[in-house]
Design a protein around this ligand. Structure first.
Ligand code: HDD
Length: 724
């Protein structure tokens, strides 16, 4: 793998918000007009018990500003969190693109990244089953480039004209504004059951990809096919990928729902804490390149955003690294006011005619006008280009720039013709000279008519537990649907994806598969036609499986930033605890001691051990693994502590690594899985899948670390179900 030539910290080009930073340090309190305030506790009154006076400009200014503190939340992707960092290319991409930030491995291009869920409001839970937005703003020397992607490589719809319908359907139902941040309701599935083109995306959203363990452990995708343009003006098609260096990991649905209650900010907190502690999240930028000549050589259309290019057909080349190394100073100023737009591109990158992308090119500026309130949103510090901005645009709400002189038009002679247009050789943007000869029509290309082959490919590429989770997710979601006709229509759609899948869901819903499904005709789905007689065009993907679509073969070689709980009480074996804690910390894990109450516990050998969380303020779902050290009194206390037993039961249910000293075995015996542990497990280490016991923590540590790096032991899920 190539590595950047230089790892100098970003200095001179760091996104410069410093001029706008205000922290009030060593300053007097003032009004917005700069007048010093001598009493911020009392309003001006006619007598101490009298009415407040209208003349109190300090009160009025403060309340007026407060009344207007909120701006409209994003219509989609309202819930999000951001971070600063940089991108550095490994080697010049000049063969494919002339984009300056992809030429020089010495250059660190500043970025701001915002992750988001799609459906929920700004205050909704992070762990909703949903797509995650992955939007990257590159502050390049040639201007702003935004790669506004998701953590799934395809989308629900093929044409932007369906986007408002999709969003209306998934948002809380308008009559009672329920459910929040959830697709498990009638209007969403009503719409989906009428949109066969969504079936590939549905497979992704019903998979565990929709409930990531961490934003740092998910992939990102540009989704659309874009173009790279090189200095000779040649075009290549390109698909963008972000590959996380910590691997791709998810939680399970039961866990996600519980996290939503225990810590709705789980992903936001995780991102913040990782950056704060110096564990900077990293991704590699991957590209799939397709030449102009190969455009029509696939079984699908490159312009169809419901299709991906399997990595077996076009390998992903990793061309650079994204590092997030700085938390924002102010959520509103940066994360809330940042304005992304797929139309913010730089020379060397261009669009294709993907009809979803084309619609997006209109939508994003339009939405900023109502969300940020002015065509001057590009002047908000977080949105400012580092490349200088010179044009004849003037005025508008909240204009920040003070343009000098009388010339605000072009051509002009009075201003010496400035600012000038730049030729291509001077860095001027030139759209790709694509030849188009067509009739003006409202039509879907027949090359977009296959809606099932890649849905099937995705399902077939999943491991057994991943398939089980898709069955569970669909059974959950459709189980929440109240209209039986919608459930039945969905069974029909799922039947075309995979008959076994549909049969399992039909069983869980207490329904049977609709009849007459097996004789498909060759035509597209007519959205306005009779739904019941719909017969899709069935195309079989020549590729039966694609390894990259499953999370099973992802990186499992590190426990960096994994959270491990140590359950302890008074009388704990301090040596054992310390040995395990040190071993985990040495591998970069985050370790917390959890005890019946906060403060300190006194160990067997009379040492004070700081308690990080009590059973009341923590929960098993917030950790990746759990360890129980010995110590006679601690073991007796934990055995009698229902919350400790529940903690272990849940960790077991969610297939996490569990380790215990042999002298703490009786705590594990008190759990639902305790009876499955062999009679005399001493010296054996792994006693059940992912459950480790050994005489000393020293003997346990390596195996435990290896087990945590495996992420989860899904194989025990169906076999050893526990009622936690
Ligand atoms: Fe979009 C926000 C990603 C289709 C209209 N979109 C938004 C964000 C992301 C995406 C990550 C949040 C950016 C941020 O953090 O501020 N959107 C996508 C992807 C799509 C997609 C990957 C399909 C491939 N979007 C899409 C369509 C339309 C929109 C088809 C409209 C025709 N999207 C918007 C929007 C938003 C937005 C309404 C809401 C807030 C904003 O733009 O700034 O304009």
């Amino acid at each position: 793998m190539n590595t950047p030539k230089n790892n100098k910290p970003l200095t001179e080009k760091q996104v410069d918000l410093s001029k706008n930073i205000e922290n009030g340090q060593d300053q007097f309190l003032t009004t917005n007009q700069g007048v010093k305030i001598n009493d911020n506790q009392n309003s001006l009154k006619a007598g101490a018990r009298g009415p407040s006076l209208l003349e109190d400009f300090i009160l009025r200014e403060k309340i007026t500003h407060f009344d207007h503190e909120r701006i409209p939340e994003r219509v989609v992707h309202a819930r999000g969190e951001g971070a600063h960092g940089y991108f550095q290319v490994y080697e010049s991409m000049e063969k494919y693109t002339k984009a300056a930030f992809l030429q020089d491995s010495e250059i660190k291009t500043p970025v701001f990244v915002r992750f988001s869920t799609v459906a929920g409001s700004r205050g909704s839970t992070d762990l909703a089953r949903d797509v995650r937005g992955f939007a990257v703003k590159f502050y390049t020397e040639e201007g702003i480039y935004d790669l506004v992607g998701n953590n799934m490589p395809v989308f629900f719809i093929q044409d932007a004209i369906k986007f408002p319908d999709l969003v209306h359907a998934v948002k809380p139902e308008p009559h009672h504004e329920m459910p929040q941040a959830a697709s498990a309701h009638d209007t969403f599935w009503d719409f989906i059951s009428l949109m066969p083109e969504s079936m590939h995306m549905i497979m992704w959203v019903m998979s565990d990809r929709a409930i990531p363990r961490s934003l740092r452990m998910m992939e990102g995708f540009g989704v659309h096919t874009f173009r790279f343009i090189n200095a000779a003006g040649e075009s290549h098609f390109v698909k963008f990928h972000w590959k996380p260096l910590l691997g791709v990991h998810s939680v399970c649905w039961d866990e996600a729902q519980k996290i939503s209650g225990k810590d709705p900010d789980f992903h936001r907190r995780d991102l913040w804490e990782a950056i704060d502690s110096g564990n900077f999240p990293e991704w590699e930028l991957g590209i799939q390149i397709v030449s102009e000549e190969e455009e029509h050589s696939f079984e699908f259309d490159l312009l169809d955003p419901t299709k991906l290019i399997p990595e077996e057909l076009v390998p992903v080349q990793r061309i650079g690294k994204l590092v997030l190394n700085r938390n924002p100073n102010n959520f509103f100023a940066e994360t809330e006011q940042v304005a992304f737009h797929p139309g913010h591109i730089v020379p060397g990158i261009d669009f294709t005619n993907d009809p979803l992308l084309q619609g997006r090119l209109f939508s994003y500026t339009d939405t900023q006008l109502s969300r940020l309130g002015s065509p001057n949103f590009h002047e908000i510090p977080i949105n400012r280009s580092l490349a200088p901005v010179h044009n004849n645009q003037r005025d508008g709400h909240m204009r920040q720039t003070i343009n000098q002189g009388k010339i605000s038009y072009e051509p002009n002679t009075l201003g010496g013709g400035c600012p000038f247009q730049s030729k291509m050789s001077q860095g001027g943007f030139n759209s790709y000279n694509e030849r188009i000869e067509a009739h003006k029509v409202r039509e879907r290309s027949p090359s977009f008519f296959d809606h099932f082959s890649q849905a099937t490919l995705f399902f077939n590429s999943q491991s057994e537990h991943e398939q089980n989770h898709i069955v569970d997710a669909l059974s959950f979601e459709l189980g929440k649907v109240e209209t039986e006709a919608i459930r039945k229509r969905m069974l029909k759609m799922l039947w075309y994806v995979d008959k076994g899948l549909a049969a399992k869901i039909a069983y869980n819903l207490g329904l049977s598969i609709p009849s007459n499904l097996d004789s498909p005709l060759n035509h597209s789905y007519p959205a306005d036609a009779d739904v019941d007689s719909y017969q899709p065009m069935i195309v079989k993907s020549t590729l039966e499986k694609s390894e990259a679509l499953s999370m099973v073969s992802t990186l499992k070689n590190s426990i960096l930033t994994r959270k491990v709980a140590i359950l302890a009480a008074e009388g704990v074996d301090e040596k054992a605890l310390k040995i395990m804690k040190d071993a985990l910390l040495a591998q970069g894990a985050v370790v917390e001691v959890i005890a019946p109450k906060l403060g300190y516990i006194i160990s067997e050998n009379n040492k004070e051990i700081k308690v990080d969380k009590s059973f009341l303020t923590s929960a098993s779902v917030l950790y990746d693994a759990v360890y129980v050290p010995g110590g006679a009194n601690s073991v007796v206390s934990l055995e009698a502590e229902a919350d400790a037993i529940h903690f272990l039961n849940e960790a077991f249910k969610h297939c996490k690594a569990i380790a215990a000293d042999a002298s703490a075995l009786q705590v594990l015996r008190g759990t639902y899985f305790g009876s499955k542990i062999p009679e005399n497990p001493h010296q054996t280490s792994q006693v059940l899948e992912g459950v480790l016991i050994n005489e000393t923590s020293e003997a346990l540590a390596d195996d435990f670390i290896e087990a945590i790096s495996q992420h989860r032991f899904w194989q025990r899920e169906k076999k050893n179900k526990v009622p936690a």
